[in-house]
Design a protein around this ligand. Structure first.
Ligand code: NDP
Length: 314
């Protein structure tokens, strides 16, 4: 463990679209950003294949290639990219203290949190094997690939209902696999789903196995009351059982909701701590898109720049 203390004007934690966009803006404003990439450099897009909805890529792009472009663009303006994680923070004073896993203590004048979130998965082997080959956790990202095909959505919360509703406009039949006999979703979302003719809800149902070798050809579900098994002939399998924001290290410092999403002042990236800003999926449980994450990363860098100016630091 080293005991050196490093001073940084703008520290960015997390390296998805939000973090790299914040870095591009901060670097071009001469804020000399340092970005800690975290455990999964590049974020959720590193486990995504085709991205067709990010503007500027008319032919689509692979998720990892896109994140490499983000990184190169940030480095072009001399962003200091470090492949390490931040393990502890102390936001008591105007200088925000953070510690890296290697023991370096950093004193940052401003901080942009862009640690993202990750989708929860069922944890069954076939889900892992067929990931991106019909298994997805994002209907808005991948629904288009299943246009005209039969699909299934697992979960009974707002996300699952929204995904099923979105898919019902593209697909002739959408099966919802719900483990209890009721939804967790808000009344309005439940009603929307139940009124949609091509959404079929399977109550008391859980996933036994997703079928297929190199692509999804069906899913075997079972009724957890009767144990009766049914095969649904779907080619797309959407898991919508919740997300977990990666915000544990900020607990006790930064205001969050019950799930751990960071609360920001509406219309800004400001958190309850002056000089600490939040962007991307760490603070967004509604849109969760690469382009919205990038947009809020830009907001966070601009808010940080204004803060440093107001404080007379730059
Ligand atoms: P939720 O935690 O609200 O719901 C998760 C759903 O998945 C529940 O139906 C749960 O079942 C089910 N589930 C969990 N684990 C499993 C499992 N292993 N197998 C099968 N089913 C499982 O997550 P959401 O992502 O839907 O929503 C998160 C938050 O974001 C909520 O507060 C929601 O309101 C909000 N949100 C708001 C939106 C909006 O305002 N437009 C859009 C999307 C989300 P059970 O009920 O039995 O536990």
């Amino acid at each position: 463990m080293s005991s050196e203390i490093e001073k940084v004007l703008c520290l960015i934690i997390g390296s998805g679209p939000a973090g790299y966009t914040a870095a591009i803006y901060a670097a071009r404003a001469n804020m000399k950003p340092v970005i800690y990439t975290g455990l999964e450099p590049g974020g959720q897009l590193m486990i995504t294949t085709d991205v067709e909805n990010y503007p500027g890529y008319p032919d689509g792009v692979q998720g990892p290639a896109m994140m490499d472009d983000f990184k190169k663009q940030a480095e072009r303006f001399e962003t200091d990219v470090r492949y390490e994680i931040i393990t502890k923070v102390d936001f008591t004073g105007p200088v925000h203290k953070v510690w890296t896993e290697g023991g370096t203590e950093i004193h940052a004048d401003s901080i942009v949190i862009s640690t993202g979130a990750s989708a929860q998965w069922l944890g069954i082997d076939s889900e892992k094997r067929l990931m991106n080959m019909g298994v997805s956790a994002c209907a808005v990202c991948d629904g288009f690939f299943f246009k005209g095909q039969e699909v299934a959505v697992v979960g009974g919360g707002d996300t699952a209902c929204e995904e099923a509703s979105y898919l019902s406009k593209l697909c002739p039949k959408v099966h919802m696999i719900v483990r209890r006999d009721e939804f967790r979703a808000s009344k309005i979302m439940q009603e929307r789903v139940l009124k949609t003719e091509n959404i079929i809800v399977h109550w008391f149902s859980e996933t036994d196995e997703i079928l297929g070798d190199t692509e999804v050809t069906g899913v075997r579900i079972y009724n957890n009351k009767t144990n009766e098994k049914t095969v649904l002939p779907v080619t797309g399998f959407f898991v919508a059982i919740g997300h977990k924001p990666s915000t544990d290290i900020f607990k006790g410092w930064i205001d969050m909701d019950d799930v751990g999403y960071i609360k920001t002042v509406p219309g800004t990236s400001k958190t309850n701590i002056k000089g600490v800003f939040a962007s991307g999926d760490a603070q967004d449980n509604v849109y969760r898109q690469a382009v919205t994450a990038a947009g809020t990363g830009c907001m966070a860098a601009l808010d940080a720049e204004r803060y440093l100016t107001e404080m007379g630091i730059i």
